[in-house]
Structure formats: C-alpha cells, structure tokens
Write a protein that binds this ligand. Sequence first.
Ligand SMILES: [Mg+2]
Length: 322
Amino acid sequence: MSTGKMVTLPLIKEKARAAIMAGIVGDALGVPVASLTREELSLCEVKNMLGYGRYDQPEGTWSDDTSMVLCTMESMARGYNLEDIGHTFCQWLFEGRLTSTGFVFEAGLTTSFALDNIHSSRKSARDSGGKSEDDNGNGALMRILPAALFFHTMQTDDFLEHIHAVTAITHAHPRNLAGCGIYALFVRALLKNGNVRECFKAAVAEALDYYNKRPPFKAELLHFMRLISHEILTLSREDIRSSGYVVHTLEAAVWCVVNYAVTKEVLLAAVNLGLDTDTTGMVAGGLGGLAYGLASVPAEWINSLARKNDIDTILNQFIAVL
Ligand SMILES: [Mg+2]
C-alpha cells in the first residue's frame, strides 16, 4: 500500500458500497438522455430520475455499464479468475443475464467483438480484447470500478497489472489500459483518504511513475496531459468533453468529482454534460460515492433501480470478499 493511511475495514466496505451504488444510479440517470448533446440537455436539464427517452425504458433502468459491473462483482465474489469474468460477460451479452430488462439494449462494438472472441472463437480472456487505436472507447472504464476495489490492497505494480488484465478482456490498447489504470489509482486513493484533490494528485503521481518507465504506455501519456499536468482541476465546463472516448470520460468524471462536493451534484453534473451520459454517470458516480458517500442521493432514486434486490445481493457478496 503506497497511498494514505490505514483505514479500518468496515469503512472501506462502506465506501465501496457507496461507490458501486452511486455508479449504478449515475448509469440509470443517464439512460433516458443518452446521446443528447449538452445544448439539447440545457433545455431539459436532468434533475431527477427519469423514465423512457432514448431507449424507451421505465425509470430506474440501467444499461450495459451496470450489467458488466454486476458481472465483475459476481465473478470476483467467487475469487479472482480472469476467464470466469470473461465468461460472465458472455452470459450477459449472449444470454441477457444480469440485464435490467431481460435483454441487452446497449453494447459497445469493441466489447461485442472481444466477447465474441471468447464465446465463438474460444479465445482466452487474456487475448480477447481489441488492440487497435479504434478500441479506445470507454467500455472498459465503465466497468473497472469493482476491480479497483477488489485489488486495492496490492502494491502499485501488481495493482496496475491486475487492472490492465481485467481491462484487456475487452479493451487492450495501451491508452485504454492506462486510462483505466489512472482511474483505478484514483479509486484506490479515495478509498483510503478524504481529500479529493490530494487523492487525485497522488494517483496521477503514481501513474506517472509507473507508465513513464514502460515504453508502450509512455508514448500514450500525452493523451492524458490535462490530467497529469493537473490542468483538469482548473478547467471550466466548456473545456470538458463527454463522448464515448476513454480519455473524455476519464476527464469528465475527474472534473465532476473535483468541482462538486456532493454525490447527488456529481451525478447530475456528469449526466448533464451530455452525449455518453450513462457511462459518464457511472464513472463519475463511482468517484462521487467514494469521496462523498451516499447520503445526498435520494432514496427514491436508489429504490427505483431495476432489480434492486439482485443488485443488493451481488453487492453484498462482493463487499464480503473485500
Ligand atoms: Mg451504457
């Protein structure tokens, strides 16, 4: 453990629960308005849990982000096994398991190709993920939170190697590995400490120390310059993009959590950035829940979540192994 002071276990579990739950709420807040632009959203700003809209699903419906987070937690509760995580993802994509509606209404291209490599081509989960420049969407970042929580006690090198392995099941380009690595380091720091900006700076320093020494990653660091330089801490909303590009989502999530000191506001700020609203909500929500807890998130939002009992069951099983 290289960051922060020791925190007692129940607090870690409580923070982990808040992170996952806030992430899922963020996904569900974003689903009805997914792909609306910021300009469109400025006319119908999200202030509450809504139903219908983009996918015509009722209030509390969550998407692929949450399905894959649930798959990861369910698998990790059985013990860490990369192939098992890959197979659990396949059960979601090809059988509709752990969906909010009983069917898959959203799945990313890179993720679909990678899981088909496991499902149809019988590839190992160590060799299934997309490695091209085009495989730099946010489809691994949106589901990496449980892995960051699960591996949090590891030393930094080991921690990042495990985060990279879980990321690479679907997204194996070094930029994507580094993006998920930076996020995971921030999650790990927030799990152990309180000051959000200090945690962010510590995470970035650790990331820089690790990635600078390794050529495939070093060449990618320029894409994370606004984070590494701490410029992200002073940018205005107009400077933040919220597309499905992994760097945009990471920047947007960090920007929301450092600029809004209440989880409910982090969630609404993330979703109202527009475009990839559900994933920005999930990724920012995870950070918000860790940093500020769940108290500000309306109980009716949490209670509206589809399959709330199943979420609770899987979350309890996962928290028990942390
Ligand atoms: Mg989604």
